[in-house]
Design a binder for this molecule. Sequence first.
Ligand SMILES: [Zn+2]
Length: 440
Amino acid sequence: MSATIIRNGRVIDPANKRDEVGDLAIVDGRIAQRSEVRGQRSEIEEIDAKGLIVAPGLIDMHVHLREPGFSHKETIESGARAAAAGGFTTIVCMPNTSPAADNPATIAWIKDRAAQTACVNVLPTGAISKDLAGDELASIGSLAQAGVVAITDDGHCVQNHELMRRAVEYARMVGLPVLDHCQDYNLVGNGVVHEGYWSTLLGLPGWPAAGEEAIVMRNILLAELCDHQIHCQHISAAGSVRLIREARARGVKISGEVCPHHIALTDEAIQNFDTNFKMNPPLRSKTDVDALLEGIADGTLSILASDHAPHADFEKEVEFDAAPFGIVGLETELGLFLDLLVHKHRKSGRRGDTDSSRGEIDIVRLIEMYTVEPARLLRLDAGTLSVGAPADVTLIEPDLEWAVKIDKFQSASRNSPFDGWKLKGRAVRTIVGGKTVWKL
Ligand SMILES: [Zn+2]
């Protein structure tokens, strides 16, 4: 028997509409009644949470762990440590590994590896198409049986709408949500940055916003046709927000997520050709950033995630066109979102920096977007502090000012554009199944 009591924190549990200063009890890895702890004969661990927020363990539903196949970028073990250091108790990993997670054997391998090495919960997704090639459906039924929480071809996008329709229908039959990286290959071509002023000025191939919006629209049509959930990953464009808003108002089962870089930065940041500002979808214009913020504020975009995409230095340190897309995000996302959405304290002056002075949401909603929303979408037994739930808990110091230092990252990679940024608010302790797995 083990027991822990977290005292005097501000307990925010959006699933139970709880927001009050109080205690949280844990017995044998589960959230317990306060009275259950008193009956314990063993030693009781006490955690002083005065001045801290006690939240359900945060969930990041968009993470690339690179194992199997690319363990020089990240392993399940190092990625899980990065997650814990960022305040995450559950992460959902994408299937673009090598081999791709398009079959039950690879899913079993990932789950096994996670059970052996990861300090947080790692939930795999399966591919929509074989080898994420978009030609032939993966065996979605077997993937469901193997325990994936969703299907996605993230990093790629099924271009054939009929194939995608069948994927959504199969997913509906086996009860899995469909996640989609929205990119029309014909419209985007070899685009590497947002098509606009900066792409023209710098002579870099443009990735037009319409390349995302076209697939968001396709997904809305299919979600409606198949009456099943499609979740649009890492939304970056104003038009996508407008389409999702209109569709949700009609009751279509469509949702969207936001990554911190898409609201922290604009395409202006690419002018020094630093490949740590190269991501897919790309950094966009101030108009797009404003639309994303509006979408977050009015609930159109309901989920926050990192799109944690580790790459080794030697891979990123090449010319802009040739560098891989993506940045690491697990250890900076909570601070960035607290800063940008709740505090809005950052000063302007950094290149490509967005500047605004009003908060978009309160901290309760921010926690909800990292807990209740992804748990509902993926049907997880997580994201709540209900009695009996797994004791996954994140302690957050909302006003702690700190500086991002990439050389202190737990992640095996360092590809972040946020090195040196001063942020306000971060996780200070991460508890998984009642055990502290990381502490500041
Ligand atoms: Zn993606």
